[in-house]
Design a protein around this ligand. Structure first.
Ligand code: PMP
Length: 463
């Protein structure tokens, strides 16, 4: 008998019989098959209901099956679903670009569509490089980033990602890029509300620029609020402003990776709007297509785009970029966010959810930190709140709590980013349409799941 064509233990149950899937996505536990989804809820084919407490991977920001988005997609499908960007402009991509430009900081009006976050980040790197060439600065090749960080899975985006479990096998295939520590004030025992803390971490950028040689630095890329890698890490006071100053001083382009933070999730349209700092280039995705279509964008300073387009042109592009169906869906998503004040709701519900998470933290000393802004919230488990000692790696708290919550009908998102860096953290990021009663449902299930986790806690941990 020949071996089944599978790459993982992704076992499904189809019509009562186990079925080895030909897909080879990496799932830690076999997951059921999705039947339907509506609002913040999802159902599997057995009829079990789940609360989408992480909006997938912080994607489904306006909830599932939004009728206005589905109607806009159907209307676009009746017109056209593809027009290659070198052959046609489409009304859908023009309209979406205009809408995006109306939401971006002044002077950043030029939009380049892509199909996801990694593509958006890759695009920012290549635009930055081509711009430096137009300025006669061919030596500028290095992009500084932070660890931990996540900027995507393609080799360019991976080279600037600070997360060894995902980068290590590929390191020999990539250019090593300089990295500085993310401002994890809570782990270092520093006060995040003190500007001195912000300057302490931001000045690490200046030190790195000087160490590498300022003339060789092309850009610095940063998630305004950390996403999956740091678990909703909010920068300390003064950090974002000082980063901007340093970039200006050394002629380094500032790229904001707003793939996860953009689109209202943090309670402002862009994460960086909390600090009124304007970058040179922005990467956007996830909540932009909100799970309806693969969609992302690079948004750049007008003069950068003009310099590149007046030179050799932008030597970059993806076949599916600017797909009219994706753009029609994206426009409908942005209109829904605006018409239903979902960014404002994310701010309000975010405050309410953070208060609830802090109350849970009081009950479980293993919760060492609750952090985030708007509905980009996380909590972190540690063996000792005072020393910040992590839970034993073998306990696998990050996947165990996710599985317990999943069984209880709540989906949350987790990572363990250790290697001397951070602990088991969990993102609780429901769609921006969430209501207060639904927050109660979420936190009740979370509380119950924490109780179950505590019952399994190794004896070495004395909570
Ligand atoms: N940047 C950030 C900040 C992200 O969170 C992600 C996805 N988690 C990416 C880039 C890559 O996006 P994608 O998975 O859509 O390629």
């Amino acid at each position: 008998m020949s071996a089944p064509a599978i790459f993982s233990a992704n076992t499904l149950v189809v019509e009562g019989r186990p079925h080895m899937s030909n897909l080879f996505y990496q799932t830690k536990a076999p997951r059921p098959t999705l039947a339907r989804a509506e609002g913040i809820y999802m159902w599997d084919t057995s009829g079990k209901r789940y609360i989408d407490g992480s909006s997938g991977a912080m994607v489904s920001n306006i909830g599932h099956s939004n009728p206005a988005v589905l109607a806009a997609m159907r209307a676009q499908m009746d017109k056209s679903t593809f027009g290659y960007r070198l052959h046609f402009q489409t009304d859908a991509s023009e309209a979406l670009a205009d809408k995006v430009a109306s939401l971006t900081p002044k002077g950043l009006d030029r939009v380049f569509f892509v199909s996801g976050g990694s593509e958006a980040v890759e695009s920012t790197l290549k635009l930055a490089r081509q711009y430096a060439l137009t300025q006669g600065q061919a030596q500028r090749t290095k992009v500084i980033s932070r660890y931990p960080s996540y900027h995507g899975s393609t080799l360019g985006a991976l080279a600037i990602t600070g997360y060894a479990p995902m980068t290590a096998p590929f390191d020999p295939m990539m250019h090593a890029m300089p990295k500085i520590p993310a401002p994890r004030a809570y782990l270092d025992g520093l006060d995040p509300t003190d500007t001195a803390t912000g300057l302490h971490y931001a000045n690490m950028l200046e030190a790195k620029i000087l160490e590498e040689g300022p003339a060789t630095i092309l850009a610095f890329i940063v998630e305004p609020i950390g996403g999956a890698s740091t678990g909703a890490l909010v920068p300390p006071a003064g950090y974002m402003q000082r980063i901007r100053q340093i970039c200006d001083q050394y002629g380094v382009l500032l790229i904001h990776d707003e793939v996860m933070t953009g689109g209202g999730r943090t309670g402002r349209f862009f994460g960086a709007d909390h600090w009124d700092v304007t970058p040179d280039i922005i990467a956007l995705s996830k909540g932009f297509g909100a799970g309806y279509v693969p969609l992302g964008a690079m948004i750049a300073r007008n003069d950068i785009v003009e310099a590149v387009m007046n030179g050799d042109g932008f030597i970059h592009g993806y076949t599916y970029a600017g797909n009219p169906l994706a753009c029609a869906a994206g426009l409908a998503v942005l209109n829904e966010i605006e018409q239903h004040s979902l960014t404002e709701n994310a701010a309000q519900m975010g405050d309410a959810l953070k208060t609830r998470l802090e109350a849970i933290m009081q009950r479980y000393p293993v919760i060492g930190d609750v952090r985030g802004k708007g509905l980009l919230l996380a909590f972190e488990l540690m063996a000792d709140r005072a020393t910040k000692e992590p839970l034993p790696a073998a306990f696998n708290a990050h996947s165990r709590l996710v599985d317990i919550a999943y069984d209880n009908g709540l989906i949350i998102y987790s990572r363990r980013t250790r290697g001397g860096i951070a602990g088991d953290h969990f993102l609780v990021c429901p769609p921006m349409i969430v209501t207060e009663p639904q927050l109660d449902e979420i936190t009740d299930i979370l509380d119950q799941s924490m109780q179950q986790l505590m019952a399994e806690m190794p004896h070495s941990v004395d909570p």
